[in-house]
Design a protein around this ligand. Structure first.
Ligand code: PLP
Length: 386
């Protein structure tokens, strides 16, 4: 007698190789339009690079790509600084690497705080034993360079966030560079690099770091960092962090003057991906990529205004790549975000701190920064709010 079809199906299910079943379960479910504060949608070249065959982290072929990646980073940071490299870890690892290598116990660190990430810098600096001089600026306003420069007569470090992702504000860095005196100028470029102009040498920045998942259009996982020779001469003798010790990491990443010394296993695939993402930006032209972000910002800001929504930041300091907009009276922030995600596959971010539930943060970064995505979001938002 032949087996009943439902039994046969059941048996086939049981006999399905376990690996295949897991593969199916692990497959990502949705393809999103990522318009939150990061990650953005990565450039296709950066995605493809993640699937390339693995190379050893000391393989000459990989080391060639690593060197080229550092060169490409020099181009986007606009500096020939020899110490320019991808730190293993997200943007916060870049922040920590900057502080733990330059701030010794008792050093004065003047820090501008106009949002969450300036406050995080204070936390990191105080963990290094710094005497933190915190200069608070209301959320939605840029850091005031004159107040920072007047905050202490001889700080070791002046630190500031270029593009505050919690508020969508751009701060002036050049004036700080002009007035910094003997201090080192440390700048968070996590949400600015690749999206708006960053001119490390032109502005007199001593240390800058970024994150791959924002305007660089790569997955999260690396923190590009650059350090001036002036800062390099002031590296602390022994960083309290072994993993982020730039004296040791520099012996692996270069510039290669002798044999590379193993420090930690480089995240090979992420570096291949960053190499490809930077290639996409430089092929387009850095200025053209920045202009594309600016154009998307203009379209988005105008379209949000047409929907009757109030932008949080004044035009003069508003970032094109990260827009903050106030949730209208009587509208449920979380429900709108959930509807955008469920119905249209679009992710936007919510507010932080006092602005939780009261603000949306709309990112338009990297490969996401295309007018078609702005149009899609504006249409979707209009329908959801209707
Ligand atoms: N600095 C800024 C300005 C940021 O926007 C972020 C993250 O959004 C960070 C630092 C921390 O980066 P990460 O979350 O990648 O560690």
């Amino acid at each position: 007698m032949s087996e009943r079809p439902d039994r046969a199906r059941e048996r086939a299910g049981r006999e399905r190789p376990a690996a295949k079943q897991h593969e199916r379960e692990a497959r990502p479910l949705s393809d999103r339009v990522l318009m939150g504060p990061g990650p953005c949608n990565p450039y296709p070249d950066a995605v493809e690079a993640l699937a390339r065959p693995m190379l050893g982290h000391l393989d000459p072929e990989f080391l060639g790509i690593l060197d080229e990646t550092c060169d490409r980073l020099r181009s986007v940071f606009r500096t020939p600084n020899p110490m320019t490299l991808p730190i293993s870890g997200t943007g916060s690892a870049g922040m920590e690497a900057a502080f733990v290598n330059l701030v010794a116990p008792g050093d004065v660190a003047v820090i501008g705080v106009n949002g969450v990430f300036g406050a995080r810098m204070c936390d990191v600096a105080s963990r290094c034993g710094a005497e933190v001089v915190r200069v608070d600026i209301p959320w939605g306003q840029p850091v005031d360079p004159e107040r920072l420069l007047a905050a202490h007569p001889s700080p070791a470090v002046i630190a500031v966030v270029h593009a505050e992702t919690s508020t969508g504000v751009r701060s002036d860095i050049a004036t700080l560079g002009e007035g910094k005196g003997d201090a080192l100028l440390l700048v968070d470029c996590v949400t600015s690099l690749g999206g708006i102009d960053v001119d490390v040498d032109g502005w007199g920045v001593d240390v800058a770091y970024a994150g791959t998942q924002k305007c660089l259009g790569v997955a999260p996982g690396l923190a590009p960092l650059t350090m001036s020779e002036r800062a390099r001469e002031r590296l602390v003798e022994r960083s309290p962090s072994w993993y982020l010790d730039l004296r040791m990491i520099g012996q692996y990443t270069g510039p290669a003057t002798g044999p590379r010394v193993y420090h930690h296993t480089a995240p090979v695939s992420m570096i291949l991906s960053l190499h490809a993402g930077l290639g996409a930006i430089l092929d387009e032209g850095l200025d053209a990529a920045i202009a594309r972000h600016a154009e998307c910002g203009r379209l988005l800001h105008a379209g949000l205004g047409d929907l009757g929504l109030e932008l949080f930041v004044g035009k003069e300091y508003r970032l094109p790549e990260l827009t903050t907009v106030l949730v209208p009276e009587g509208v449920d922030d979380a429900k709108v975000r959930a509807a955008l995600l469920d119905r249209y596959g679009i992710e936007i971010g919510g507010g932080l701190g006092d602005y939780a539930g009261k603000m949306w943060r709309i990112g338009c970064m990297g490969h996401t920064a295309r007018p078609r995505n702005v149009t899609l979001l504006l249409g979707a938002l209009a329908e959801v709010l209707d």
